[in-house]
Design a protein around this ligand. Structure first.
Ligand code: C2G
Length: 504
């Protein structure tokens, strides 16, 4: 049994409170609205969950100190625009409890996700994001539901997974908290688009187009920000996008429908009567699009309708009339780029857009899928990826690493990876600065085990990006596991010799 404080008494906070209480946790719910607390305390009913009985054992309070004191876990279930102010109130009371954020959004001025906002107010906080296709109305009825528990610390994600797993709630883990939170915020904007289309009388074809192309936009942005592809094809990505874009429970969908019917955005929000997170997420999405140089046509169209008084029909005409596109992401590399780079000349490709060049460094011995994850995401940051592999001498003299494969063997392995365009040797720690100029690099990438170590390269005019490592795999782990397995095999072989195999 855990002592859980839930901050926020909206439908999601209440649905979670009920769910956690019914599996034996001690749950206390806080709201900043005293009237809301009085209503919940007296009726044990929520105005937007009219057919749901709230257990008597749930305690309600308008005093946040009581809601946070002596708890094992604190759940942020307030609207995204109140996460920072709520975290400010919790900060002086924080004593190391696990914090779970279920608010979905991105702060428009800081571009921080909700877990980042909480950590900026409570630096020592361990924050897990819970996100997925989870309409509160259905969770409150114990209808089978799935959700993602996301945290860079897999152990923490798994702990929260154990707390929230019930007969009707199945929880999956993910270390890509950034990707999960980006999905959670931006899918609400696509849901607005879906609602607008329905309100205009468009049908399932249009909705399917919006969901598919909407996911593609969110994924393109997320990959550019170093998130993992699996996140977008997962519950927090396509799962939540489907449920939010198609369900009548969805406030964003409902608000969009009213706008499609001709309501002004403000009247539509009033009519919905609850927070429409998609509208709050638009400013941040527009800034992230510009900051990461990623086109988000659907999200920009929703912004035009909501914030720039563009008629929905006009927005549709603009979208349908855009220049032709392929579904394929740009993996095609201009093959003469390599010779041009080696001859130290800059290259121009069609449309006079110079290619974005990305570089990364490593030993890549023994090569494994963690390296591939890194190289795939590095490539997604540009058009051409150069991989600088430590030479045998550099490894031995500088890294004191004895590689299993020689430089030439490692080079051949890495050159065979479809994300990689050019492999060159790393012979000294100091070659990075000159490499940035010699190869006209735009972006330098390393796994976040090197976080901060190469920030000096920004002085050379390149972007420096640290991407989350793939946590569970490493060359040393592979070598140890192989060694241990070999030792076990050796033992079983000697035991086997004792068995008399002569036929009787
Ligand atoms: N990596 C990863 N996930 C793993 C293992 C490695 O993302 N499970 C990344 C590392 O963060 C690094 C790259 O893959 O960005 C190559 O890893 P190593 O071969 O271990 O490289 P290293 O020995 O760290 O050498 O000048 C920089 C050095 O050459 C880096």
């Amino acid at each position: 049994m855990n002592k859980i404080g839930i901050l926020g008494a909206g439908t999601w906070g209440i649905a979670l409170a009920r769910m956690l209480c019914l599996v034996g946790n001690d749950v206390q719910v806080w709201s900043a609205l005293p009237d809301e607390i009085i209503e919940l305390q007296t009726l044990h009913k929520h105005k937007n969950l009219y057919n749901v009985v709230i257990p008597d054992s749930i305690n309600f309070t308008a005093d946040i100190t009581k809601a946070v004191k002596d708890k094992d876990m604190i759940i942020f279930a307030v609207p995204s625009i109140y996460v920072r102010s709520t975290a400010k109130m919790v900060a002086p009371l924080y004593k190391g409890e696990i914090i779970v954020d279920v608010a979905k959004g991105i702060e428009s001025d800081s571009l921080m996700t909700m877990s980042e906002v909480i950590k900026s107010e409570i630096p020592k906080a361990n924050v897990v994001a819970l996100s997925g296709p989870t309409h509160a109305e259905e969770v409150a009825l114990d209808l089978p539901t799935t959700i993602v528990s996301a945290c860079e610390d897999m152990a923490l994600a798994e702990y929260v997974q154990s707390i929230f797993s019930t007969p009707s709630m199945r929880v999956y883990t993910n270390t890509d908290i950034k990707g999960v939170e980006i999905c959670g915020a931006l899918k609400n904007i696509i849901a607005l688009a879906s609602g607008i289309a329905s309100g205009m009388g468009f049908g399932d074809n249009t909705r399917a187009a919006l969901i598919t192309r909407g996911l593609s936009e969110i994924e393109r942005l997320g990959l550019k920000m170093g998130c993992l592809p699996d996140t977008f094809s997962g519950l927090a990505g396509i799962g939540d996008l489907i449920v939010t874009s198609t369900s009548n429970h969805s406030r964003n969908n409902k608000c969009g429908y009213l706008i499609g019917q001709g309501y002004s955005p403000s009247d539509a929000v009033k009519q919905v009567g609850m927070v429409v997170e998609g509208i709050n997420a638009i400013p941040a999405a527009i800034q992230l699009s510009e900051k990461n140089d990623v086109e988000l046509p659907l999200i920009f169209a929703v912004d035009d309708i909501i914030n720039h008084a563009v008629e929905p029909l006009e927005a549709v005409k603009r979208l349908m009339g855009r220049n032709y596109k392929s579904e394929l992401r740009k993996y095609v590399i201009d093959i003469n780029y390599e010779s041009a780079v080696l001859k130290n000349t800059s290259i121009r490709v069609k449309g006079d857009q110079s290619m974005k060049r990305v570089i990364t460094y490593g030993t890549f011995d023994l090569l494994h899928y963690g390296h591939i994850n890194l190289l795939r995401r590095a490539k997604a940051l540009g058009d051409y990826l150069i991989v600088v592999i430590s030479s045998d001498e550099f490894n031995w003299n500088e890294k004191h690493k004895k590689c299993y494969f020689t430089y030439e063997q490692r080079k051949a392995l890495v050159e065979a990876i479809r994300y990689v365009d050019l492999v060159i040797p790393e012979e000294s720690w100091n070659q990075k600065r000159t490499d940035m100029h010699e190869y006209h690099i735009d972006t330098f990438v390393m796994g976040d085990d090197w976080k901060g170590k190469f920030d000096f390269l920004k002085e050379e005019g390149v972007d420096v990006v640290y991407l989350p490592r793939t946590p569970e795999i490493s060359s040393s782990k592979m070598k140890k596991d192989l060694y241990d397995a070999n030792a076990v095999d050796g033992e079983s072989k000697t035991n086997h010799d004792d068995i008399n195999t002569d036929p009787k």
